[in-house]
Design a protein around this ligand. Structure first.
Ligand SMILES: Cc1cc2nc3c(=O)[nH]c(=O)nc-3n(C[C@H](O)[C@H](O)[C@H](O)COP(=O)(O)OP(=O)(O)OC[C@H]3O[C@@H](n4cnc5c(N)ncnc54)[C@H](O)[C@@H]3O)c2cc1C
Length: 386
């Protein structure tokens, strides 16, 4: 196993850091406070070829892999811009179209999305099913040779700035399938189509991306909207989950480093009891322990990305990376907060505001408990709990 970064990968990592430093964490926070999507920065990423990082060149992308997307996310987050939209759009939504769409579908959607002219979000969560996605009720009912989509999704990130959603629906209700993973179909749904309504969910998080409930009332869809095979969407969905987990780890490791860098600067300057507080082991060791956790999580994340790109099974490493990344990010921000004393809670020092985004990642997009169940049961062979 060798995942040493090559020159191009180092360049992408550097690009992410430079992009974030150029726009600045304050720009991102300003957008977060206003709940305004950072369109200008997003467009620059499109112009520089990064929204289509994982899309083949013939469809307007850069033809790169998961490792490069991970490095972009990690680099940006290292410098204080954890761009959640990179997970749901270019990675979870565009990659399944590139991997499972027909040539017509790829031509229709990918080049415009790579240019930043249209955006995609990913919609699976339903209020009643929650973590148990098998029980989703949104149904695309076959009607002549088309489908009528009805139901609702919630917590959908970026639905206000997106033109399309990849909607995970059932074409056979869960009560009528032999295997519980049968009967899922992925659709590309035009969010401006007749029968689609978006309503904001009032999420209390300082990030620019906002969440929406989406309601579908007999939305007319055809086979041209189906990604992959009707009824076989679960496998495609499964393909999208490892990348999601890897990118969450990248985001958390980056924000962990960003917070720790600030803490080191502060603890080296701030003097109480006549010496810099960083010389007290009670301040230094929590920072050093958090740094160690962040770097270990980052290694696991790179291993997962590498395995994914090699076409090797990546579930074990991706789940471990997501768990380790979220926990390390939380530990790092918490240690940085403590080192800053009261100043950690001020807007000027900007530490406390980092906590919600890393803490979110213990709960979403998949909660810590489900990750640990996967590791306990699928990796270690313990008996299934649910
Ligand atoms: C800011 C934000 C952005 C989001 N963006 C998107 C998006 O873009 N697209 C999308 O589809 N969804 C999105 N989600 C939804 C997110 O994926 C879900 O909130 C998450 O999967 C958990 O589902 P739930 O909230 O219904 O929690 P529930 O399923 O009600 O679970 C509640 C808690 O119970 C525990 N729990 C649940 N199941 C188990 C189990 N089997 N074993 C042990 N403990 C368990 C966990 O601690 C969990 O946190 C987003 C959510 C948030 C908050």
């Amino acid at each position: 196993m060798d995942f040493t970064l090559n020159d191009e990968q180092r360049m992408i990592y550097g690009y992410g850091e430079k992009l974030a430093r150029t726009w600045g964490h304050d720009y991102w926070m300003d957008k977060a406070r206003k709940h305004e999507f950072p369109r200008e920065m997003w467009q620059q990423m499109a112009d520089d070829g990064f929204l289509g990082a994982m899309i083949p060149e013939e469809y307007g992308g850069a033809g790169l892999g998961m490792m490069e997307m991970t490095l972009l996310m990690e680099g940006m987050s290292n410098a204080g811009i954890p761009m959640l939209m990179l997970v749901v759009g270019p990675t979870m939504s565009l990659a399944p179209i590139a991997d499972h769409g027909t040539d017509d579908q790829k031509q229709r959607w990918l080049p415009a999305a790579c240019r930043g002219e249209s955006n995609f979000c990913f919609a699976i969560t339903e209020a009643t099913a929650g973590t148990n996605s098998i029980k989703i009720n949104t149904l695309a009912k076959p009607h002549e040779d088309r489908f009528l989509l009805s139901g609702s999704k919630t917590f959908i990130t970026g639905a206000d700035v997106c033109d399309y959603a990849i909607v995970v629906a059932r074409t056979t209700p869960h009560t009528e399938v032999k295997r519980k993973t049968d009967g899922f179909t992925l659709f590309v749904v035009d969010l401006n189509a007749k029968g689609v309504e978006r309503h904001p969910v009032n999420i209390n998080l300082p990030i620019p991306e906002t969440q929406f409930s989406i309601f579908f009332d007999e939305v007319d869809l055809g086979l041209e909207n189906v990604i992959g095979e009707v009824g076989k969407g679960f496998d495609i969905l499964f393909d999208a989950l490892n990348p999601e987990r890897i990118l969450v780890a990248a985001l958390c490791c980056g924000i962990g480093r960003f917070a720790l860098e600030k803490a080191v600067a502060y603890a080296s300057e701030r003097e109480v009891f006549d010496v810099p507080i960083g010389s007290h082991q009670g301040v230094q060791h929590p920072l050093a322990a958090a740094k160690t956790q962040v770097e270990m999580a980052s290694l696991m994340m790179r291993q997962a990305a590498w395995q994914f790109d090699q076409g090797l099974p990546a579930g074990e490493a991706s789940n471990m990376a997501k768990y380790a990344g979220a926990e390390a990010g939380i530990q790092a921000v918490d240690a940085a907060l403590q080192a800053h004393g009261g100043n950690g809670f001020t807007e000027d020092y900007g530490i406390y505001e980092l906590y919600p985004i890393v803490r979110l990642m213990r709960t979403a997009p998949v909660n810590r408990e489900v990750i640990l169940s996967y590791i306990g049961e699928k990796v270690m062979g313990l008996p299934r709990s649910y």
